[in-house]
Ligand binder design. Sequence first.
Ligand SMILES: *[C@@H]1O[C@H](CO)[C@@H](O)[C@H](O)[C@H]1NC(C)=O
Ligand SMILES: *[C@@H]1O[C@H](CO)[C@@H](O)[C@H](O)[C@H]1NC(C)=O
Ligand SMILES: *[C@@H]1O[C@H](CO)[C@@H](O)[C@H](O)[C@H]1NC(C)=O
Ligand SMILES: *[C@@H]1O[C@H](CO)[C@@H](O)[C@H](O)[C@H]1NC(C)=O
Ligand SMILES: *[C@@H]1O[C@H](CO)[C@@H](O)[C@H](O)[C@H]1NC(C)=O
Length: 646
Amino acid sequence: MGCQLLLWLLLLLLTVMATASGRKRNIAEECNPGDLKALTGFKNGIHIDTSGRLAKWVGLSCCRWEGISCNNATGRVTEIRLPGFISTNDMIFQSQMEGRLSPSITLLTSLEVLDLGELVGLTGKIPPAIGHLQNLRELYLYKNKLRGPVPESIGKLLKLEQLHLHENQLSGFIPPSLGSLENLNAIYLHSNRFTGTIPESFSNLKSLMHLDLHSNSLTGPIPESIGELQLLKELDLSENFLRGRIPPSVNNLTSISVMYLDSNHLEGEIPFPSSFGLLPSLAFLRLQNNNLGGRIPPNFGYLVSLQRVTLANNKLEGTISPSLGNLEALTELYLSGNRLSGVIPKSIGQLSHLILLSISHNLIQGPLPHEMSALQNLQTLDLSFNLLNLISIPKWVAELPSLSRIYLAGCGIRGQIPDFLRSTPSPIQELDLSVNHLNGGIPSWIGSLTQLYSLNLSRNGLVSKIPDSVADLQDLGVLDLHSNKISGSMNQVFKIGNSFPDGSLTYVDLSDNSFTSGTEQIGVGAQRRIQYLNLSHNLLDGKLPTSIGKLKALQSLDLSCNKFGFSLAEAIANLSLLETLKLQRNHFTGKIPIKFLNLKKLKDLDLSDNLLEGEIPAGKPLSDFPQSSFTGNRGLCGKPLSPCMS
Ligand SMILES: *[C@@H]1O[C@H](CO)[C@@H](O)[C@H](O)[C@H]1NC(C)=O
Ligand SMILES: *[C@@H]1O[C@H](CO)[C@@H](O)[C@H](O)[C@H]1NC(C)=O
Ligand SMILES: *[C@@H]1O[C@H](CO)[C@@H](O)[C@H](O)[C@H]1NC(C)=O
Ligand SMILES: *[C@@H]1O[C@H](CO)[C@@H](O)[C@H](O)[C@H]1NC(C)=O
Ligand SMILES: *[C@@H]1O[C@H](CO)[C@@H](O)[C@H](O)[C@H]1NC(C)=O
C-alpha cells in the first residue's frame, strides 16, 4: 500500500514536471499572437538596421528574438531592448535604425521596458496611445529624430520610473499629467523644441532625482511650487538651521539631486527655496542662459546639498546673497554675465570646498574681502570685467595653493606685473590680466611659470622688449599681447614649444605694438600647431620669410598695417587651411602668385593698399572677393576689378 502510494506520487510529480517543461517550450516557440503582430509592425516600420538585429526576427517565437524578453508565466513580451549603442565584452558599436516608430508597439500591453535609445534615425511620433502601456517602467527614445508632442496619455503610465526623450525634435507643451507619476525617478526632455511653461504639477514628484529640461524654448517662471513650503513655519526652521539640524522632509521634491533648466527663455525670480529643508538633496543646479531676474534669493543658503550651481547669463541683480556662505558642499559657482552689484560677501571665504568661482561681467565693487584667502581649494578665479578697481592684485591671490587659472581682466589693476606672482606656490596655467593699466615690461621671471598654457596681457600699457625667458614657456599654447607698446624683436616667441615635435603654440596675437623685427624666425622652429597668427599694426619690414609655408595648421594670418615689402611669398599658397588672409597696408610689390588659387578655404582676403600689379589670377576663390580686397594697389586688373588691357 505504502509502496503504491509512493509510486503514484512519483508519477504525479513526473507529470507535473513534464507539463511544466512542455509549457516552457510552448512559450519559447510561439509567442502571444497580439505581441507578435505588434513586433512585426515595429519591424516593418524600419527599413535600415545597421546592427542586423531585426533581420534575425523571423518565425513565430518572438520571445527568442534578440532584444526581446517575455514573462515566463504569461508568455507576454515585457522588454524591448534595442539601444543603438551596443557594448558587449567583445566590442563597442554604434548602430543605426532608419524608419518610423510604429504605433503598433502600444499593443504590447505587458511591456515594462522599451529601449530604442540612440538609434539616431528613428522618425515619426510618440504614439498617442502610449498610455496603453500600463506596465511600462522605463521608456528610452532619446537621440533620435522623433517629432511632435509628448502625448497627454503618458500621464497614465503610473509605474513609469525612467523617461528619457532627450535629443529629439519633440515640440509642444510638456504634459502636466507627468506630475502625477509618483514613481518617476528621472525626466530627461532636454535638447528638444518644447515650448510653454514648466508644469506646476512637477512639485508632486516625490521620487524624482533627475530633472533635465535644458536647451528647449520654455517660457514663463519657474513654478513656485517647486520650492514651496506649506507645512512648517519659517521661524522654527531657521532655529533648526542655526542648530545645524535638518528637519524631516517637508515638501515632495525631497529626492531631486539634479535640476537642469538652463538655456531656455525662463523669466521671473528664482522662487526657491522659500524655507530651510526644501529640496534637501539638490546638488547640481543649472539655470544659466535664461532671462531670470530679481535677486539671488536670501534663502539660497538653505540648499545645503548644493555642489555645482550655474546662474550665469541671466538678469540677476542686487548683491550676492551672504547666505551662499552656508553652502558647505559647494565646489563650483558660476554667476557671470548678470547685473550683480555690491561687494563680494565675506561669507564666501567659508566655502572651503570651492574649486571654481566665476563672477565676471557683473557690477561688483571692490575691495575683495580678505576672507577669500581661506579658499584653499580654489583652482579657478574669474572676476573679470566688474567695477572692482583693484589698483593691485591682492597678495593673497598668489598665495592660494591650488589656484591655476586667474582671470582678472578689466579689474582696474595698475603698475607693474607684481613680483610676488613669481613665487606663487601653485602652478599657474592660465593668466589673464588684459584690459588693465599695467605698465613696465614683461618681467624676466615669466619664464619660471613653467606650467603656463595661456597668457593674456593684451590692452595694457606694457613697454620694452619681450624677455628671452619667454622661450622657456614650453607648454604655452595661447599668447595674447595685443595693444601694448612692446618694441624690439619678436623672435623669442617663435622659440616657444620647440621641445615638442610640432610646437605648443596654437594662438599668437602680437598685433598693435611697436615690434620692428623677428619675423625671420617664423616657421624655423616647430610651429606646426599655430592656427591664429596676428602681427598686424606693428613696424615690421623686409621680406616675408618663405618658412611661413611651414605653419601648416594656420587658419588666420594677419600681417596688415606693417612695412613688409618685396613680392608676396608663394609659400603662403601652401597654407591650405587658411580662411583669413590680411596683408593690406604694406609695401608688397609684383604680381599676386597664381598659386594663391590653391587657397580653397579662403573666406576673408584683403590685399588692398599695397604696390601690387598685374592680373589677378583668374578663378575661385580670388574672383569671389569684393573689389575692396584689391583696391589701392599700383596696378591690379582682372576680376573682380576691371579687365586687363592687353
Ligand atoms: C524565465 O526563464 C528563464 C530561462 O528559461 C530564466 O532565466 C528566468 O529567470 C525566468 N524568469 C522568471 C521571471 O521566472
Ligand atoms: C505633495 O503631493 C501630494 C500628492 O501626492 C499633494 O497633494 C501635495 O499638495 C503635495 N505637496 C506639495 C508641497 O507640493
Ligand atoms: C585676451 O583678452 C582680451 C580682452 O579681455 C580678449 O578680447 C581676448 O579674446 C583674449 N584673448 C584670448 C586668446 O582669449
Ligand atoms: C588682428 O589684430 C588687429 C589689431 O589688434 C585687429 O583689429 C584685427 O581684427 C585682428 N585680425 C584678425 C584676423 O583677427
Ligand atoms: C610647399 O609644400 C611642398 C610640399 O608640401 C614643398 O615641396 C614646397 O617646397 C612648398 N613650397 C613652398 C613655396 O614653400
